[in-house]
Design a protein around this ligand. Sequence first.
Ligand code: NAD
Length: 292
Amino acid sequence: LPEQEAFDIEYWLLEEAKLQRMPKPKALAGRIAIVTGGAGGIGAATAEKYLSEGACVILADIDAEALGATHENLAGRYSKDVVRIVEMNVTSEDAVAAAYAEMAVEFGGVDIVVSNAGIASSAKVEDTTLDLWNKNMSILSTGYFLVSREAFKMLKTQGIGGSMIFVASKNGLAASPGASAYCTAKASEIHLARCLALEGAPEGIRVNTVNPDAVLRGSKIWSGEWLDQRASTYGTDKGGLEEMYRERSLLKRSVFPEDIAAACYFFASDESAKSTGNIINVDAGNVQSFTR
Ligand code: NAD
């Protein structure tokens, strides 16, 4: 090589090496996220993933005590400045609107909205009372609608797009024995996400769905009535259920809150800039999806 050219190449390589050593900005730096059901389980894991990627996060939940404990944990490891809590019942129009108003004051807006607050219920259809049916519809289907409606208002006013993520369920696609109210409510969340993707696209608002299969560890759902009912439906205990779900997956692996958080991170970040109205099933390859 002529001397000058060799020098230029060496100089360029040195500059490149310097760039490689420079700290990279975090993927969600400067973004504001709200996570409903953020007091524990999948919501808290998602909040933590977002914080680790540089976002400011608001945890919204009906459970004040669990919110306080999760806040203490996350604020201790990140900072009080980047993680806040708001007590909110997703079925209340007023509470949801107040949470967004608070967000506007505290952080100046929102970029990422995760609808995740939820319950699970199990009952054969003849044992499903109207109250139980309405409870599922109200917390899951209507709750996701109310949180999304306020999000749309705020995101459209801001005019810089945004990402909305629905944590629905594999049970919204596949029927599960003795859980018609839950499955139907989850199916409606998945369809609502598609409708909102259509409505939001012209404004750059993306709406995607993450469908977890059973996440037994770290989830409050799997410590109460749902666990007892599922265990009796399948004639086993929590350990047996965990093994059953693992065995029916192609990868023979259990799904954890962090696995769902990873998919929620993908849809929140610019890595998924070309995805809307899409679904990621996080189920380690549920065999039933391949045999139906
Ligand atoms: P979880 O019980 O640990 O967390 C759910 C959170 O939602 C709780 O903190 C609860 O207090 C909150 N919540 C319930 N009702 C609320 C209301 N009206 N307003 C505000 N907050 C409310 O359960 P999880 O496993 O982390 O579930 C999160 C989401 O994932 C739910 O929508 C659930 O249906 C879905 N999901 C869970 C599984 C699983 O196996 N764990 C599987 C598929 C889908």
